[in-house]
Design a protein around this ligand. Sequence first.
Ligand SMILES: Cc1ncc(C[n+]2csc(CCOP(=O)(O)OP(=O)(O)O)c2C)c(N)n1
Ligand SMILES: [Mg+2]
Length: 317
Amino acid sequence: MADLLALFRVMLTIREAELALARLFAEDEVPGFIHLSVGQEGVAAGVCSALGPGDSLASTHRGHGHAIARGIALEEFFAEVMGRSGGICRGRGGSMHVADLARGMLGANGIVGAGAPIALGAALAHQVRGTKGVTVAFFGDGALAEGALHETLNMAAVWRLPLLLVCENNGWAEFSRSDTQVALKLSAWAAAFGVPHNEVDGIDAAAVADTAAEAVAALRRGEGPHVLEARTHRWRGHFEGDPQRYRDPEETGRMAAHDPLARSRTALLAAGIAEAELEMAERAALTAVAAAIAGARAMPPPDWETAQLGAYAPTKG
Ligand SMILES: Cc1ncc(C[n+]2csc(CCOP(=O)(O)OP(=O)(O)O)c2C)c(N)n1
Ligand SMILES: [Mg+2]
């Protein structure tokens, strides 16, 4: 059974971190583009709770929640997104390239669907090395229009790889409803490759965690890949600053009714957890985020001397 209080804490950290990023972005403290996952925290927290330290995951352009749920150090996370030298990738990647290889976090990815084949390779490595590890590939509903995803599922099914494909189905692909671009139902897609598929309500972090844990257990038994489809809601624009003219304001107004945090808060109170304990968790998340931002702000940007580090392979002799 899922530890709902632990999930609540992870979701709180993601929420506070992303709301802080929205403010930092508006104040020009974040270079580039950011895509927030506010409203989708239940999926990141639930899926990552099913993973062990030796497992791997590949993320998406909307990947802050995945990195935080995987346990990235908050200060290194903010420093990366804010382009500071102490960032997890030395401040050179930014939001869409946050990677933390020590935690098996293979990276966010600005190319839709491109995390899937990377995850496939990691799943193959787990199988070949006999690690018993598994790999998660997060992707959005819009990625189903990408060939790379289909090739990934095919190869994973043929080789029975320990790969959990997690679709965060928020109904949108950039500025279009994804059903105007993708003719496919995920359940039918998985069935076509002979792969099990589960659908879960992404607002219910405990349900996501339990379903993911069962799928991961099957992966560790060597039963081949699995597709997990979480219905979820993108509260904000596609990117920060998106005026969302394409979206019915009524839909955005209804978003607070689909809140994974409110949902778990109510469930925790009903289970007898004291209000004071929840408030303490809320304060702790705020404090941790504020401290991480202060730490990141104190760091210099990457210096010119090392600007090319990591961009090219070292030349020989
Ligand atoms: C190969 C590719 N095509 C198009 C884009 C532009 N693009 C960025 S995000 C996105 C939509 C993604 O939708 P989805 O996968 O559902 O993720 P969501 O944004 O809803 O989380 C598109 C088309 C891209 N980054 N990569
Ligand atoms: Mg989407």
